[in-house]
Design a protein around this ligand. Structure first.
Ligand code: HEC
Length: 433
């Protein structure tokens, strides 16, 4: 079973550890210096290092890096899942001895002790509060001297906001700004909206941690840098759409919860859909669509339950989906449609419940890993897959609550398909060709 959340994982492993002969090791003796760093730097950082890019990573997802303690901490559960336990999958070949893996598991279970994490918030936030709404150019400058605005902030010209730590209302960027640098901003009570900013190139808010409303980044033709490294909670939706100059989403990788839909749509310059590594809760549909240059979708390493539809559609070049590996339950349909280059994933070996499943218009030879899936509440659509011949991974499926459509798969042997269909109870209609 995948872990329910980080706290549970640590406890479960710790309890196990107590009963083993290794009880002499305690959380005081297993440290970053004597356990975490030696194992990870010997066996993992040849691929998973922040200093390696492109080919040097040998396929390791960008941003999944373990060369520092904070890096290792933020991927603790994924390291435990892939590199410890009875059937480790990392590194891809060879790897640590059983003893090293056990020490690594112990250190992870102790909560990855080591030197203290660097301070996450800017300390220099003493200043006045501006009492109402503030509009750049119209109102007097905020900096120096003001650290908080009680109302909304509207930025419509290049302006110094380096003193600003808190915006209690919403923050909106429009007009002729080229760079929005918010080096101290930690909190915005309402939405952060950056839309139709024709000349904006950089949005940098490295300490922004909590956003009470939505994060909207839409229709910004020149935006190439989006730095939100510490953004943890978004109270409303996240929409990143039509930003053709954006080349990475990695800087959204600290977001854990999203209070509305999450969508990444029509950003045609993104070679990888690599943000959202740590999202665990999304209160709305998840949609990745029409990002024309994207070759891989990574992320959602820890999400186990998603309560709305999840869709990945219309990507001309998408080849691999490594995202969603921990999913157990999706209470909406899971739709992977019209990604004609897709050959791998999403591999969801723990998925047991899904409201519907569509695998359509891909180049897979075999169905992705779905071996825990025994029932689908709604429709199963398996169609127009140019190379699909192996449907074995759907072999555990016994019941489909809606319709089953298996058409337009030219490589699928009809007698194999019919043999499989005979083992599935389908409540609605069955359509084959
Ligand atoms: C030779 C390169 C290489 C080495 C060395 C390596 N990895 Fe990976 N790692 C990959 C590749 C390629 C992927 C992406 C494909 C995949 O998920 O299988 C990956 C993905 C991952 C992921 C994210 C995917 C997931 O399933 O959650 C984690 C976590 C991970 N590796 C951990 C480790 C750990 C821990 C070590 C060391 C014990 C390690 N890796 C060593 C190449 C490597």
């Amino acid at each position: 079973m995948p872990f329910a959340h980080r706290g549970t994982a640590a406890l479960a492993l710790l309890t196990l550890g107590c009963g083993t002969p290794r009880a002499a090791e305690t959380c005081d003796t297993l440290t970053w210096a004597n356990t975490g760093a030696p194992v990870l730097t010997t066996w993992c950082t040849s691929c998973h290092s922040a200093s390696s890019t492109g080919e040097l990573r040998r396929g390791a997802p960008p941003g999944v890096d373990f060369d520092t303690l904070p890096g290792a901490r933020s991927f603790a559960r994924a390291i435990a899942r892939t590199a410890t336990g009875p059937a480790p999958t990392m590194p891809p070949s060879g790897g640590p001895t059983a003893d090293e893996r056990e020490r690594l598991a112990g250190w992870l279970a102790c909560g990855l002790p080591g030197e203290a994490l660097p301070r996450e918030s800017h300390t220099d936030c003493e200043g006045e509060t501006w009492s109402g709404d503030w509009v750049a150019a119209a109102d007097p400058p905020l900096c120096p001297g003001t650290s908080a605005v009680a109302g909304d902030v509207t930025v419509n010209a290049d302006t110094d906001l380096s003193c600003l730590c808190t915006v209690q209302g919403a923050m909106e960027l429009r007009g002729r700004t080229t760079e929005l640098r918010l080096p101290r901003l930690a909190e915005v009570g309402g939405d952060l909206r950056v839309a139709q900013a024709a000349s904006l190139q950089v949005l940098d808010a490295p300490y922004l941690h909590d956003l009470g409303g939505a994060l909207i980044v839409e229709n910004n033709p020149q935006l190439r840098t989006l730095q939100l490294w510490r953004l943890h909670t978004v109270g409303g939706e996240v929409s990143i759409a039509v930003n053709p100059a954006l080349t990475t989403l990695a800087a959204t990788s600290a977001i854990e919860s999203v209070g509305g839909p999450l969508s990444v749509v029509d950003n045609d310059g993104l070679p990888l859909l690599d943000g959202f590594a740590r999202v665990v809760a999304v209160d709305g549909p998840v949609l990745f669509a029409g990002n024309d240059a994207a070759e891989a979708l990574h992320g959602f390493l820890f999400a186990t339950h998603l309560d709305h539809p999840v869709s990945v559609t219309d990507h001309a070049q998408l080849r691999r989906i490594t995202a969603f590996a921990d999913l157990v339950e999706v209470t909406g349909p899971l739709q992977i449609r019209d990604n004609p280059a897709l050959v791998e994933g999403p591999n969801v070996p723990w998925l047991t419940t899904v409201a519907g499943l569509t695998l359509q218009g891909a180049a897979h030879q075999r169905v992705p890993m779905l071996q825990s899936l025994t029932e689908i509440d709604g429709d199963l659509i398996l169609s127009d897959n140019t190379a699909l011949w192996d449907i074995e991974p759907l072999g555990s499926l016994t019941r489909v609550g809606g319709d089953l459509v298996a058409t337009g798969n030219p490589e699928l042997d009809p007698s194999e398909r019919d043999e499989w269909l005979a083992s599935v109870r389908v409540k609605g209609s069955i359509q084959t060709d």
